[in-house]
Design a protein around this ligand. Sequence first.
Ligand code: TXA
Ligand code: MG
Length: 351
Amino acid sequence: MKTIIQKVNPEYFEDSELEAASRILQTGGLVAFPTETVYGLGGNALLPRAAQRIYAAKGRPSDNPLIVHIAEMDHLFDLAEEVSDKALALAETFWPGPLTMIFPKKESVPASTTGGLRTVAVRMPNHPIAAALIRQSGVYIAAPSANLSGRPSPTKAEHVIEDLEGRIELILDGGRTGIGIESTIVDMSGDMPVILRPGFYTKIMLEGVIGRVSVDPAVLLTEPKEDITAKAPGMKYRHYAPKGQLTVVEGDMERVVAKINALTEEHQSRQEKAVVIATEESRQFYISEHVYSIGSRKTEGSIAAGLYDILRLMDHIGAEFIYIESFSEDTLGSAIMNRLLKAAGYHRIQV
Ligand code: TXA
Ligand code: MG
């Protein structure tokens, strides 16, 4: 299949620029598009055939449900059987935005979209191209992140091209996505709201609106445990992982630097390519020839925004061993650490 790659300026575009993409969605085809978090791989959420194609294009297990993207509040009631007052309050506060909520699903949502579950995940993205595409096509867009299963989510059209060219009809290139890690997922289908995946909106921000929110125990794991399975099926798979062995090194900066430098020497003596992912604050202290800065600790947002890009870069430069510093668990830090530990297969060293 020949994939059309179409540039669209998110700050200024005409309806006509989304015509081809809309037609593809209406007829059951697949379009990758930017959102404020990561690029999505979109198909018509109400067509079982489209969902099956999404799973095939990503190489994704079909028990891993898709998020349905909407552009108006009214759309929610076409998909969700029951919407609690708390869910409405969250929607009013955080939509459009990087928040996904899980609801009991309406009959009309096919089982293939929800991975066989009786619940459906819904999100209203805050990105002009995503919103316009949903409105113009008149399609509720089922979209997982637009990467091959297991790879880091795409934050640039180049990442989508790398993974999905030849597998889907069209890629809308709207430049870099702003946030860079996927939406916060909250299960609103039971009595107690439960965070299934941390993201830009934190527990504290959600609790500020609706009171107590709990966190799925699988999210808090710092090592895999046989008896704890993630409630979001996608969170149980190895994910975001570069080909080289990624290790998170935790502790005071001085000790972390010393440990990574000692490991670098060992790798060098074995002719192995060891790479350090540092921060602006620490980069100058590493002895490795291969040091990349992910950004400043003062702006956690920029670290989240650049994380997947740098993990993909590790494959391009053939990194065999990758060491990265850890990040504090407050605000965005918990989402960053959640993704990093998964990417590292929970490989970490405490010093
Ligand atoms: O920011 C985002 O959420 C991006 C953009 C494209 O919107 N999408 C995204 O989709 O990250 P995906 O498919 O890569 O991740 C969706 C996660 C998976 O872990 C999946 O298992 C979970 O949401 N999920 C979807 N429906 C669910 C449901 N009904 N119950 C529990 N978890 C669900
Ligand atoms: Mg994903």
